[in-house]
Design a protein around this ligand. Sequence first.
Ligand code: NIG
Ligand code: FE
Length: 413
Amino acid sequence: MNHIKILGPFAQVLPLRGMPLKGSLSDETLEIIPDGGVAVQEGHIIAVDGFERLIKSYPGAVVEESEAVEKNSTLIPGFVDAHTHICFAGNRARDYALRVAGKSYLEIAKAGGGIWDSVTRTREASLTDLTELTVQRANRLLNQGTTTIEIKSGYGLNESNELKMLLAIAQAQASTLADLVSTCLSAHMKPRDFEGSQAEYLDMVLQTLLPVIRRERLSNRVDIFVEESAFDVPGSRNFLRQAKALGFDLTVHADQFSTGGSALAVEMGALSADHLEASTDQEIHLLAQSDTVAVALPGASLGLGMGFTPARRLLDAGACLAIASDWNPGSAPMGDLLTQAAILGAYEKLSLAETLAGLTFRAAKALGLNDRGRIEAGQLADLQAYPTTDYRDIFYNQGTLKPTRVWKKGKQI
Ligand code: NIG
Ligand code: FE
């Protein structure tokens, strides 16, 4: 019975056990354990049950001494943010001001703002500074209940600076308890200073960068921005095919302004297709028939003042829907996943069960992970407790109610 710890009693524990990975979910299907607890050993959950029953089952266990706090709180799994760009330097408040004054994202990019501006600032930053900026943002997310964070490169856009970004993410891992999952997004756009065609740039990434990234174990995921302003479908297909042959998992920035990306993501067996604001019934059907997770990024819709991903229609068609923050300096500067998910739910008419699933075990699937996102035996003890006796308050407050306690692998932050 050594080293077993029992957390609780919580007014409500929502384990999300047994809930399906795909399709719509009603709140009636949510299991709620009143006066519940969780038994944890070596960073993993070994049991979830009524608190008193757990105490009897594990007589030698240590009970964490916070009963007064827990008995008025609700425990849910830690969030998984499956899409961020939090490794960056600089600030794009100027873009934002131009945008709210009426200029479009693409117009601003053409006029020298946009992604290229962040590339310039990120190239100027030292590895140490970039690491520190990444740590600060990751720890902010962790304190808000996000225990696993995907982070993309894509503001370096040449060999040395893409490697610098991935190295910064790897080094940031030493200074945060959140799990960081890195993704190579060297195919974010063809950099302005690259002398050659789109195809030649993608070829450089394939020949020069990806083998080093693999050898140095800097990432096992590759992303590409498939869009009229970035990379076209045939070039992206060739790129993804070769990245897959090198052993990388795939994800795609798809259907943000125009379609094409999500069908390609499905065709290539990508883990996820992210954005999807422009997806039509045809793309929704393809995603629903596939194993590719549809990732909604409401933070980008809010940052750009554009429509949301058709989350309701995706779920009704049978897709696996995850919700991520897309936190980046341009299109999604807010970086508050819970606020964004609550707002998406209000506009798209998502049940709270669907929103919770999209932030937890369905988001984990977008990263190819099945060891987190539910409170059940065998899962990582990634947990968060909110100061309420009714889980609905978490979303009702639209992000202003924050977790009072967060645990990563059983360790309280
Ligand atoms: O997911 N769409 C392309 N990439 C990012 C935006 C990056 C930026 O604006 O800096 C996105 O929205
Ligand atoms: Fe993005």
